[in-house]
Design a protein around this ligand. Structure first.
Ligand code: C2E
Ligand code: CA
Ligand code: CA
Ligand code: CA
Length: 271
């Protein structure tokens, strides 16, 4: 870090969120993409492990880039967070996901990702309420997945935002559990309805230590009344092992890839 000194031991939002020169170009391109309607959502099924029935879909954003083709969010969310654009992208994700989910059978939920930056910098509860109202969708059908991309600067404000969202009747999930920043402390000190176990752990299930940790987490989550979804399940062996560990829900290529709204099962055409 260029600024150095003892300040770097503490969270410094300005330095974390300052766009680099290469971000600047990307930010301009994202702005253009938004103006041209080049962003869309894909939906990946979340299933109950016991029945394999779909209980909902996670909304995942894509950028249809004129040259690069379909660009995944890992390549543009961080840059968008460093500019105000994350709020425009976030609003698009929320509004489009609610409009699409409103056409699904009412038993199905939609999970929308929101970064902590988005949650802390904007009036997230109000935006969520507006998206629900616009789609005339019941709040309990929406789940917000919170992803930490940086250390949380203000746990108190995050707690307030989560509590306000839950007061609306919307459920909240802690995403990417087990990675860098998503810690046991947050699971313990914030109110979540759902915990998503990161795909890196699922991919490492064959390692006894990893398996023990997931088993422990699933038991803890069950005790505090939090639903567990395992992410990135690619094989039957993983699904079986997770079910044996008491994990109730899962998501991954084994059950379905992220699909366009028009590629979802035919039920939206029926009735
Ligand atoms: P995530 O929330 O952890 O989403 C799961 C990622 O795992 C998705 O990547 C999905 O395509 C991928 N995946 C699903 N099944 C499998 C599998 O079986 N194996 C493997 N290896 N991967 C699988 P994707 O779509 O590239 O999204 C990456 C991240 O970008 C998401 O991670 C989420 O944190 C973020 N993101 C996506 N959409 C949005 C959005 O609308 N807003 C915000 N703020 N972040 C978003
Ligand atoms: Ca997610
Ligand atoms: Ca995740
Ligand atoms: Ca993630």
């Amino acid at each position: 870090r260029a600024d150095g000194g003892d300040r770097c031991r503490f969270y410094d939002p300005a330095s974390d969120l300052d766009p680099t020169p290469s971000d600047q170009g990307l930010i301009a391109e994202i702005r253009g993409g938004l103006e041209q309607g080049r962003f869309n959502m894909r939906y990946q099924p979340i299933v109950a492990l016991s029945s394999r029935q779909v209980v909902g879909y996670e909304a995942l954003m894509r950028w249809r880039h004129p040259v690069r083709g379909e660009v995944p969010p890992t390549e543009f969310i961080a840059a968008a967070e460093k500019s105000g654009l994350i709020h425009a992208l976030g609003d698009f994700a929320l509004i489009q996901s609610c409009l699409d989910a409103a056409t699904w059978p009412p038993a199905l939920q939609v999970s929308v990702n929101m970064s902590v930056v988005e949650l802390l910098e904007s009036d997230a509860p109000r935006r969520i309420m507006a998206a629900l109202a616009g789609a005339e969708m019941a709040p309990h059908r929406l789940r917000i997945e919170i992803t930490e991309t940086a250390r949380i600067p203000d746990l108190g404000r995050l707690r307030t935002a989560i509590d306000e969202i839950r007061t609306l009747g919307v459920t909240v999930a802690l995403d990417d559990f087990g990675t860098g920043h998503s810690s046991l402390t947050h699971l313990q000190s914030l109110s979540f309805d759902c915990l998503k176990i990161d795909h890196r752990f699922v991919q490492d299930l064959a390692t006894p230590r990893t398996a023990s940790m997931i088993r422990m987490l699933v038991a803890y989550a069950r005790q505090i009344g939090v639903m567990v979804v395992a992410e990135g399940v690619e094989t039957e062996a993983q699904a079986t092992q997770l079910a044996q560990m008491g994990c109730t829900h899962a998501q991954g290529w084994l059950f379905g890839r992220p699909m366009l709204a028009t590629e979802l099962p035919g039920w939206q055409l029926a009735s």
